[in-house]
Design a binder for this molecule. Structure first.
Ligand code: NAD
Ligand code: LMR
Length: 340
């Protein structure tokens, strides 16, 4: 049947990122923004993920149709639809993992910060609901501007006395996925063999690939490193321009979010040594939120290694990123403090 002929081999072939060693465990995953450009393909990838026993789809629009469609896929995961603000809490209730791609995307000419006014409120409302009905959930935020909305979610949790810095993540996995792809292209090797950590934040020059820690080792010239870094920092804009007004990255983002959510669930299920980079609250550096390689476990972040050894170019990139991040973080914190 299709499951054994198509889905199982698919999952097997993606084994590096979609492995399910704790297959007996099943988790409830809620997706807020499930009807959108990212939300729909991400919902499908969660429907075929063997870790997921229940999928709760929340959006202001269209979730009954998306859920009906997905529910015909022959995997055991149950799909439920929730639509409209009145159903926000019901949708998130007791979720183990909440993934948030809710919010508006960029159009050509816009920065991610231009999305702040609309998306800040959306994240605040979702975090308030999560604090009330799923305070133990691992929350993976995709919405932009990521550098500011992750602090918004954390401040909301603090206000509700539910803040646990191990449980709130900004998803930067697309930056790693892109870096691995571009490096593999340049080296003419299989992207599956490449792993480059990307630290900092998720906008322009706050995105910092660490080629000094690339696996396998890269021997690019300084000019190549500078050009590759610029391309990675501009990759979101590359997609926004190619889509010419129809939004930003959706399919590659759904893939990246599915890889990250799978890693969260591998950690939840007790698998050891699950590592991903993510933008989290930290006291490791000058910025109070920073993406670094993390070990994931049963309560979310098990260990944060900080950014570790950097070469001179990478140190300079971090120096440049810090003031930008501090400003972005302050915008998020101020937004929550000013609102009632
Ligand atoms: P989209 O417009 O296609 O989908 C967004 C969905 O969110 C829509 O279905 C909309 O109805 C829903 N929504 C709006 N307000 C909501 C609310 N209050 N509650 C629940 N759902 C709500 O946009 P998209 O292309 O899917 O992008 C979504 C977000 O992800 C954007 O902010 C975009 O910038 C961001 N993004 C981040 C990354 C990353 O690497 N972190 C990558 C790509 C896109
Ligand atoms: C991306 O990097 O693709 C996302 O942050 C979307 C965007 O606006 O660039």
């Amino acid at each position: 049947n299709i499951f054994s002929q198509v889905i199982k081999p698919f999952i097997h072939s993606c084994n590096r990122f979609f492995s399910c060693e704790g297959g007996a465990t099943g988790f409830k995953v809620a997706i807020a923004g499930a009807s959108g450009g990212i939300g729909q393909p991400l919902s499908m990838l969660m429907k075929i993920n063997p870790f997921v026993k229940e999928l709760s789809l929340f959006d202001l629009l269209h979730t009954p149709g998306v859920a009906a469609d997905l529910s015909h896929i022959e995997t055991p995961c149950k799909v439920k639809a929730f639509m409209g603000s009145d159903q926000r809490c019901e949708a998130l209730k007791d979720a183990n993992v909440i993934i948030i791609p809710a919010g508006v995307p960029r159009k050509p000419g816009m920065t991610r910060d231009d999305l702040f006014n609309v998306n800040a409120t959306i994240i605040k409302e979702l975090a308030e609901a999560a604090a009330e009905v799923a305070p133990k959930a691992l929350i993976a935020i995709i919405t932009n501007p990521l550098n500011s909305v992750v602090p918004i979610a954390c401040e909301v949790m603090k206000k509700a006395n539910k803040f646990d810095p191990r449980r709130i993540f900004g998803v930067t996995t697309l930056d790693i996925v892109r870096t691995n792809t571009f490096v593999a292209d340049a080296m003419k090797i299989n992207p599956k063999e490449v792993n480059v950590p990307v630290i900092g934040g998720h906008a322009g020059n706050t995105i910092i690939p660490l080629f000094s820690r690339s696996k396998p080792h890269v021997s690019f010239s300084d000019e190549q490193i500078i050009a590759m870094t610029k391309r990675i920092q501009n990759a979101g804009t590359e997609v926004v321009q190619a889509k010419a007004g129809a939004g930003s990255a959706t399919l590659s983002m759904a893939y990246a979010a599915a890889r990250f959510a799978n890693a969260l669930m591998r950690g939840l299920s007790g698998e050891e040594n699950v590592m991903e980079c993510s933008y989290v609250a930290t006291d490791c550096g000058e910025a109070s939120y920073f993406s670094t390689p993390l070990v994931l476990g049963k309560d979310g972040v098990k260990e944060n290694f900080g950014h570790g050894e950097l070469n001179d170019f990478e140190k300079q990139e971090v120096e440049t990123a810090i003031p930008v991040l501090i400003k972005n973080i302050k915008a998020g914190v101020d937004f929550v403090n000013k609102s009632k």
